[in-house]
Design a protein around this ligand. Sequence first.
Ligand SMILES: [Ca+2]
Ligand SMILES: [Ca+2]
Ligand SMILES: [Ca+2]
Length: 256
Amino acid sequence: MRPCCRHLLPCLALIALWGPVAMAGMPLMSPVLVVDFEAQTLGEAIGTGGPTQGQPVSSGMQNVVVSGELDGQSLRVTDDLANRAVHMRFEFLDELEQRDGLLWISVQVKPEVADDFFIRLREYGTSAKNFGEVLVNSAGALRVGDAAGDAGLVTAEGAVAVGTVHTIDWIHDLDAGTHSVSLDGVEVLSDRAHGIDTSAATGRGIGALLVGFPTDADTDGVMHLDTIEVSTSLSLEPIVEPIFKNSFEVEPEAAR
Ligand SMILES: [Ca+2]
Ligand SMILES: [Ca+2]
Ligand SMILES: [Ca+2]
């Protein structure tokens, strides 16, 4: 397994700041990405300082920090290219790439102009492994795919409505090699095999979250995003606690 805390002090500082979270039926989960946009500059595009700053690591999509759309500040992203996909890429605290245990992804969306909009999971650093895509399609249905193929629509059209806040929760069981999706607290896909062998010697894990608009001929879509959270069942604290028990004051180091 890839070590989850290569840079111990910033990792510890963030664990102290965010704290572990509990969800019914799941083990204690530790956050490895928390993006609420509250510390970002209103009216400007978000930076690319990475998870310690609550920011993506890269962005090729028009965006602006706005207020009053979801919970406090949020991000308005736009399909600003024709005939090419646009997206931004988030990675996890301390370059985590998870191959076992549970990984819980939660994203709030509020469409302003309906369009196909994806949430994708890939390995750390590159995007060769398709651990899954949840697509909010232009008709307001969720469609799921992964390395095993297309699961098709998992909700009715209109399940995600323009002008309304929706929460997508996505849980990967990397021991079982399966994932499940919920929309607004209702499970719409259960224990689907993602088709990737993370136990193989050359296997990779989940290390990146991509959000964006797939290729289409127009530049019409607009989506609001907030409260993007990723949590792991892997235990982060025991690795460092015996040595750094009193080191929570340390500032996170500059982002990559
Ligand atoms: Ca917010
Ligand atoms: Ca487009
Ligand atoms: Ca479009």
